[in-house]
Design a binder for this molecule. Structure first.
Ligand SMILES: [Zn+2]
Length: 251
């Protein structure tokens, strides 16, 4: 397994997007080529050397994962594969390597993880990161789908996780459980806030739930989109109702 970290560090990307190169020469697979950045393309090309690229896999179409696929595909005459050409359960063979695509929506509707059964290794994209938590934000994010995706990958009992950002995770089961707990704790917090503090708009509830942890307009906006994603799930489940812009607990 080789990794090239893209030069796009930031609060949501950590040190940068991880581009994973795997397989046995002469044919390799690339997962998540990353942002359209010539320096990153050159770094990937150097790591690939004279090897052939059998396939370029993309976990999801966000701008820090997909865009470089086009240039890499052109320079290596390699096909690009992502959702929905790759469907849930599809097998991808590259030389001796066999990977399985798993549709794991939540962070993004088109999100795939790639499972390497021979090594019990899971490439998690942005479903699970090496550090912090994944963004599941309204309107694109889907908390209910996200929780189902976490439960699904837990059943694989992976030995190791290779995320889209930050370092590989050796305690795969622990990390998946941590992510699940975090998401459910946030939901309980939202329900508790509606219970104890009464109804409110998304903006008001954001300040009540996140007020102590989040500072700055941009982060507060992201927090509100996270909160809205939770409220959407609670609405769908009939646990919360919406009158105008005011959310209230259903009793
Ligand atoms: Zn993403």
């Amino acid at each position: 397994m080789r990794r090239v970290v893209a030069p796009n560090p930031g609060p949501y990307t950590g040190p940068g997007t991880n581009t994973w190169i795997l397989g046995d020469e002469p044919v390799l697979a690339v997962i998540d080529p990353g942002p359209d950045d010539d320096a990153h393309l050159a770094a990937i090309e150097r790591k690939l050397g004279a090897a052939q690229v059998g396939v370029i896999l993309v976990t999801h179409s966000h701008p820090d994962h997909l865009p470089l696929a086009e240039k890499l595909s052109a320079s290596r005459q390699a096909r690009v594969a992502h959702w929905p050409e790759l469907a849930d359960g599809d097998l991808v063979r590259v030389g001796q390597l066999e990977l399985q695509a798993l549709h794991t929506p939540g962070h993004a509707a088109d999100h795939l993880c790639f499972w390497l059964p021979s090594d019990r290794v899971l490439f998690t994209g942005d479903l699970i990161l090496g550090r912090g938590s994944s963004m599941v934000t309204y309107p694109e994010g889907d908390v209910a789908a996200y929780l189902r995706s976490l439960e699904r990958v837990a059943l694989l009992e992976p030995r190791m996780l290779f995320p889209g950002h930050w370092d590989p995770v050796a305690d795969a089961a622990g990390k998946i459980a941590e992510y699940r707990t975090h998401r459910l704790a946030r939901e309980r917090q939202v329900v508790h806030e509606l219970e104890a503090g009464g109804p409110g708009t998304a903006a008001v509830l954001t300040r009540r739930v996140y007020g102590r942890e989040v500072e700055g307009e941009e982060l507060l906006r992201a927090a509100e989109m996270t909160l809205r994603a939770h409220l959407k799930k609670l609405l769908d489940e009939g646990r919360v109702r919406l009158a105008g812009e005011v959310y209230a607990l259903e009793r």
